[in-house]
Design a protein around this ligand. Structure first.
Ligand code: GLY
Ligand code: MN
Ligand code: MN
Length: 439
């Protein structure tokens, strides 16, 4: 686990950037499954990144200009009866002793105490999130402070999105964070390798899912980082297929997109392989095309390269390949510019990875590129999906029946290093040879 000093260092780094401002962060709400049955609690990633505190109904305030209370936590107070139902709480004392708050209050004192930390700030840093009630609370306090602004000419005159300051920090991972990400990756690698051995004709997609998720928990992971996709045959052409209830057939491909969460950090791996250990000629052609796009895209992962180059590289290779196969025709630049390849490849080639599966961070700064830098982690996940009812864009050829029903994605988690990259999930085979039984 990340040690308290690292959370403190993150808060200090953020406070150095906000000067005379005050930053406010809200914990994630509990999520109800049905009636009063709750999902397992998952803290908001920004909140967790700054505090390590994983209880609900909490507010963190960072006020660097305050003389004594630079880090304040509002939390649920200890309550043995409620804790019997919902779990142990750190309480007001624990917020200070265990989580390093300079001051802590029960959450029901927020309205009374929060203005003290806002009134001397020149602005408020806050992300207007999904918790509309809390947005309202914050706006109410801001409005009150602005109402008295003419009297003394001090107070927060703007709200700025805290994401703009915090997310560039989250984008570059520390050694401690990388250790957790490697662990999540290694567990996920083990699960995928086991799934490849376990899959065979006659088994059901959910059996594979169960084996994978068994390993996630058995190895100390929190569970799946996102709903596991185990998609055989034409199900692989559905990007968010999670029913996982069909039987595996001889001759089909199996697409597995599954990754575990470990210590709040995530892995995200996709492999596609022949269930019986042998590609059909068409499957092999499309597979090799996706693999070549993925390998070339991964080669673009190095410091100083534009993030967008990873996607552009994959798209160009996929388009060239589909043109060679007669599934796209015309001028390659026009096909790329007008995205005529989208019926086959409709998603981006990856995303940042970290505390969130689709992690915090900007991908493009208007006309200017986001440049890759050491410590960033991204997925590289091109695919080709030739659905049974695929409709090419106007003017493009109909797709021959022999290709239909083939869906392939290959996804790895890639760390930008000082001089290139490291594939954190390289332990799951992806070459045609290794996925083919008996060579
Ligand atoms: N499994 C989610 C994703 O690949 O983005
Ligand atoms: Mn992904
Ligand atoms: Mn994925």
């Amino acid at each position: 686990m990340t040690n308290p000093a690292e959370y403190r260092q993150r808060r200090e780094q953020l406070m150095a950037k906000i000067g005379k401002g005050t930053a406010v962060f809200r914990s994630a709400p509990t999520v109800v499954m049905h009636n009063d049955v709750e999902y397992a609690y998952r803290q908001d990633s920004d909140f967790f990144y700054l505090t390590g505190f994983n209880e609900t109904s909490a507010v963190a305030v960072l006020a660097p200009h305050h003389e004594e209370h630079k880090f304040v936590l509002f939390v649920q107070p200890r309550d043995p009866e409620k804790e019997t139902w919902h779990g142990y709480r750190a309480g007001v004392e624990g917020a200070k002793e265990l989580y390093g708050a300079d001051e802590a209050f029960p959450i029901n004192e927020l309205d009374e105490k929060l203005p003290k930390y806002l009134e001397k700030a020149d602005r408020i840093y806050y992300h207007l999130g999904r918790d509309r009630n809390f947005n309202e609370t914050l706006l109410k306090h801001w409005q009150r402070l602005m109402a008295t602004y003419p009297k003394h000419g001090t107070g927060p005159t703007a709200i700025e999105d805290s994401n703009l300051i915090l997310h560039p920090m989250r984008l570059v991972k520390s050694e401690n964070e990388l250790a957790l990400m490697r662990k999540a990756a290694n567990i996920s690698v083990e699960a995928h390798n086991h799934a490849m051995q376990f899959a065979k004709p006659g088994r059901y997609e959910y059996e594979i899912q169960a084996e994978i998720e068994h390993i996630f928990r058995l190895q100390g992971g929190n569970g799946p980082a996102y709903p596991s996709i185990v998609a055989a045959g034409k199900n692989s052409c559905i990007l968010h297929y999670i029913e996982n209830n069909q039987q595996l057939q001889d001759g089909d491909l199996l697409l597995i997109d599954a990754g575990c969460a470990y210590g709040y950090y995530n892995a995200d791996i996709t492999r596609t392989f022949p269930i019986s250990g042998k590609f059909t000629p068409e499957q092999k052609i499309i597979y090799e095309l996706v693999l070549s796009a993925q390998l070339a895209a991964i080669e673009q992962v190095k410091p100083g390269n534009a993030y967008s180059k990873v996607h552009e590289t994959a798209v160009r290779i996929i388009v060239e390949g589909l043109m060679d196969l007669g599934m796209l025709c015309g001028d390659i630049e026009e096909i790329i510019k007008e995205e005529k390849y989208k019926p086959f490849y409709m998603h981006r080639t990856g995303h940042w990875l970290g505390l969130d599966v689709h992690d915090a961070g900007v991908y493009q700064w208007g006309e200017n590129p986001q440049l890759l830098q050491p410590g960033q982690v991204l997925t590289v996940e091109p695919g080709i999906y030739i659905g049974p009812e695929i409709k090419p864009v106007e003017g493009q050829p109909e797709v021959d029946a022999k290709w239909r029903g083939i869906g392939i994605r290959i996804e790895d988690d890639v760390l930008v290093t000082g001089d290139g990259h490291e594939v954190l999930t390289a332990g799951v085979p992806k070459s045609v040879e290794l996925l083919t039984v008996n060579g």
